[in-house]
Design a protein around this ligand. Structure first.
Ligand code: NDP
Length: 347
């Protein structure tokens, strides 16, 4: 694939995907303008870990994507070849606490950006970070681009609005706007609020004798855990396709939270046995008999899709998308990064 981008706008530069995508683009000679929320100090630890914080081709600007005027001003003046809309309220659990805020951050922001592109930069391409949560509790597995959309969480509804808007603006105005239907993707840069990173940091702290156990919510939810670096590369490829389209990005393999925890503990040589049921379930260190995982019922969500697993055949064929890490390797990568941070005193 020839590399046609010269300047990209990445909303949500401070997040896992924003930082990884910026690094991916910069490494290919693409200048990046990244956005952060106005009035906040940029939390640039991910940019520093990726060694791009001081790259002269990376510019940071303030943008509230729920402000239509600000979106229009930035897009109109920016001369971007592509906009990657990654900023948003990314936590399903938080969306139950603040549904309207999530709808604005994820849904309304996308419409503002689409309108800004339509009016001021119709040649600029857009890639949206949508989510598998738009499928709700699908009867069909694996899910693909044709699976009925039936979001159940406020987060899913907000992403559904964004996803549907991309398709509508593409069809109605001919914009090169694409939606990435993202299944879970993790890395050592994942926020600690997400269960995978909570687990890997907890495992690292236990391995270093700083904690004795971790407390989790629903262990039964099955998710399709991919490696975030693969996902941002695919989003970059989406912007370079001749035609815009929507793509499921997923590994095709589902694992429960229990299995992810088992893989993370295995990375430090600890085999867990699971005993009990429901909120009484515990994960016990087979060698020492110490309880390493407990359940806190207050962490259970009003709705948690039992199984989300994607079929990325379309992305594989069109984008060359190939998942590079299996569950064990992904968990090990994350645990090793957390151990290194603890040993360096930076976690
Ligand atoms: P992160 O939570 O790591 O990053 C989110 C980014 O959005 C941060 O830069 C954050 O800025 C910004 N942000 C948060 N809240 C708001 C808000 N209310 N208004 C504007 N900006 C906000 O998420 P990821 O990088 O993992 O995800 C990127 C995108 O992909 C998100 O839209 C997410 O919903 C979506 N996605 C991710 C999946 C995953 O598994 N990672 C799966 C499916 C979808 P700040 O630093 O100021 O908080």
């Amino acid at each position: 694939m020839s590399w046609s981008l010269r300047h990209a706008l990445v909303t949500g530069i401070s997040g896992q995907d924003g930082a990884l995508l910026a690094a991916h683009l910069l490494a290919r000679g693409v200048a990046v303008t990244g956005t952060q929320r106005p009035g906040r100090t940029l939390d640039d630890w991910r940019l520093r870990e990726l060694c791009i914080a001081d790259d002269s081709r990376l510019r940071i600007v303030a943008l509230d994507p729920t402000d239509g005027g600000a979106c229009a001003e930035l897009i109109g003046a920016g001369a971007f070849d592509a906009v990657f809309h990654l900023a948003g309220q990314s936590r399903v659990a938080e969306s139950f606490r603040d549904p309207l805020g999530s709808l604005a951050a994820n849904g309304r922001s996308t419409v503002h950006l689409l309108e800004a592109l339509r009016l001021h930069a119709p040649q600029t391409r857009l890639v949206l970070a949508a989510s598998a949560e738009i499928f709700g509790a699908p009867a069909q597995a694996p899910q693909d681009e044709g699976t009925p959309l039936a979001a159940r969480s406020p987060y899913g509804v907000s992403k559904l609005l964004a996803h549907a808007s991309v398709a509508a603006w593409r069809a109605s105005y001919g914009l090169h706007a694409s939606s990435a239907i993202l299944f879970n993707h993790e890395s050592s840069l994942r926020d600690e609020a997400f269960v995978t990173r909570k687990i890997t940091l907890g495992v690292a702290r236990i391995a270093r004798g700083l904690e004795s156990g971790i407390v989790l919510g629903n262990l039964d939810a099955k998710r399709d855990f991919g490696y975030a670096s693969d996902f941002v590369a695919a989003m970059a490829a989406m912007a370079q396709r001749e035609s815009a389209d929507d793509y499921v990005l997923a590994t095709g393999h589902a694992a429960s939270i229990r299995e992810f925890a088992g893989a993370a503990f295995a990375a430090v040589g600890c085999a867990l046995d699971w005993r009990g049921r429901g909120v009484e379930e515990v994960g016990v260190d087979r060698a020492s008999g110490v309880i390493r995982v407990r359940i806190d019922g207050s962490l259970l969500r009003p709705f948690d899709a039992p199984l989300l697993v994607g079929n990325a055949a379309k992305a594989r064929a069109a984008l060359g998308f190939t998942p590079s890490l299996d569950l064990a390797a992904l968990a090990r990568t994350m645990v090793e990064a957390d151990l290194a941070r603890l040993d360096a005193g930076s976690a």
